[in-house]
Design a protein. Structure first.
Length: 472
């Protein structure tokens, strides 16, 4: 694997820009070369903005020369998931269209990044409606892992994960309603954060949906969060900028000193209580992760399952009905273009009555209640992100049966519904080299604390990030 300016962190780039060692135009050129090298294989980008992003890099270079950089992300290459609006850029949400919609505005995330001087390289791919945990799309085809193109990236932030693992710059923005940031992280050996609900403003908030960064390290995740978490009144669910973060009241969380596990009470969850059981090698890696916190002075306590298969089924059914409504709203000729797997999955919601749908909604609220109650006594909860490692790239889901509920999101989905922050960091490897991510979740609003815990864990484990296998 060759190393270039494309592989540097946001902090390393800012230091280089400030010292005159290189400039944003040189970095942009290195990233474009990397994209040219990898894109024919991994298919991470839906919309490339080479000319526009080069102009942004040149403007940033001038600001750095003149000592008027807009932020630490000025000149730093980033990508944005295709369902996050960028004025004048198509907004297909991962599926084929007869007439593709084009965004007429910039989403809050887009605005914050541009105000910070970040260089937006383009939009990354996702599967149809973001309702698959893979990179399979009726519009894009298959997005593949840069670590092993035969394997999935995870989804639905498939292109964002692939771009991060391939080294298309340090920061990539995804979205997550049941695990769509964290699953690419676990299957690509990356770091990411699903923030507290409302922490990162969206122009189309929805139950459980969050946006957040995917990167190679938690330090870059934090650098992105400092920018994209700025409040925006278009999101009626927005939170104040970290003012409500309760981390300073917790042991080990004094913002004036480094994260320290001593005195923390940490829940270790190895059984989600629903869906697919975690593989033995995954359980072992997560147990070792918890042991690192324990060795550093934390009290680690087993957390019993609190979600069951009935609740998981109702969550899945709730999403099927939502997607069935989206499907029925399309013209007949466009309905036929939707990925057959998704079309069949959504049709499973066609005959759901209003009464049954209300029952599903109550189950969603029960997931929220149980998650908050089960985790309230802990400062952090450590668990697998997914029960198993990456599966074949062409497979829409970890399991082939479309009638199955989403049995792989038992660890991730509850924290979307409870609105709590949950990060993923690299925790180890399967015997065959596939990556395993640890999910680190915290109390609602404690985003800073969760990121600090993730950064501490990365330093404590000092695992080598997996090398990409895609070469020119």
């Amino acid at each position: 694997m060759t190393t270039s300016l494309a592989d540097l962190s946001a902090a390393e780039l800012a230091t280089g820009f400030a010292g005159g060692d290189f400039d944003p135009v040189e970095v942009h050129s290195a990233v474009v070369d990397r994209m040219d090298e990898c894109e024919p294989t991994i298919n991470a980008l839906f919309h490339r903005d080479d000319e526009r992003s080069r102009a942004a890099a040149a403007a940033s270079a001038a600001r750095w020369r003149e000592g008027r950089a807009l932020s630490g992300l000025d000149g730093v290459p980033v990508t944005i998931k295709e369902n996050i609006a960028r004025r004048g850029v198509p907004l297909p949400s991962g599926h084929a269209w007869v007439e593709m919609p084009v965004a007429d505005h910039d989403a809050p995330i887009t605005q914050r990044l541009e105000e910070a001087g970040a260089v937006i390289l383009g939009s990354t791919t996702m599967p149809d409606w973001g309702m698959l945990s893979s990179g399979v799309s009726s519009l894009h085809g298959v997005t593949r892992s840069p670590l092993d193109p035969s394997l999935t990236t995870g989804g639905s932030s498939a292109g964002a994960g692939a771009a991060a693992a391939a080294g298309y710059g340090p920061i990539h923005i995804g979205s997550d309603i049941g695990g769509s940031i964290r699953l690419p992280c676990t299957w690509l050996g990356l770091a990411g954060l699903k923030p507290s609900f409302g922490r990162v403003p969206l122009d189309a908030p929805y139950l459980g949906r969050c946006a957040g960064p995917i990167a190679r390290t938690m330090t870059d995740v934090k650098a992105a969060m400092d920018i994209i978490s700025a409040p925006d009144d278009r999101d009626y669910s927005r939170l104040p900028r970290f003012a409500a973060d309760d981390a300073p009241s917790l042991p080990g969380s004094d913002s004036k000193r480094a994260f320290d596990p001593r005195g923390l009470r940490i829940g270790l969850q190895l059984d989600a209580g629903c869906g697919v059981a975690a593989a033995a090698q995954v359980r072992s890696a997560i147990t070792e992760a918890a042991d690192r916190f324990s060795a550093a002075g934390a009290e680690v306590v087993t957390l019993d399952p609190y979600i069951d298969d009935d609740l998981l089924h109702d969550m899945d059914q709730f999403w099927r009905v939502r997607s069935w409504a989206d499907l029925k709203a399309l013209p007949v000729e466009e309905q036929a273009l939707i990925l057959p797997y998704i079309r069949q999955w959504a049709q499973g919601g066609a005959d759901t009555s209003g009464v049954d749908l209300m029952g599903c909604y109550h189950s969603v609220q029960e997931i929220r209640r149980r998650t908050i109650m089960a985790t309230a006594e802990f400062d952090l909860v450590i668990s697998p992100t997914a029960p198993d490692a990456a599966f074949p790239a062409e497979q829409p889901m970890p399991y082939p049966q479309v009638h199955e509920p989403m049995g792989h999101i038992g660890f991730t989905m509850p924290f979307n519904m409870s609105e709590q922050p949950a990060a993923t960091v690299l925790a180890g490897f399967m015997d065959d080299g596939r990556t395993i991510g640890a999910q680190i979740a915290g109390r609602r609003f404690a985003d800073e604390f969760v990121m600090a815990a993730g950064a501490w864990f990365e330093a404590a484990t000092d695992l080598d990030l997996p090398a990409r296998s895609v070469t020119s």
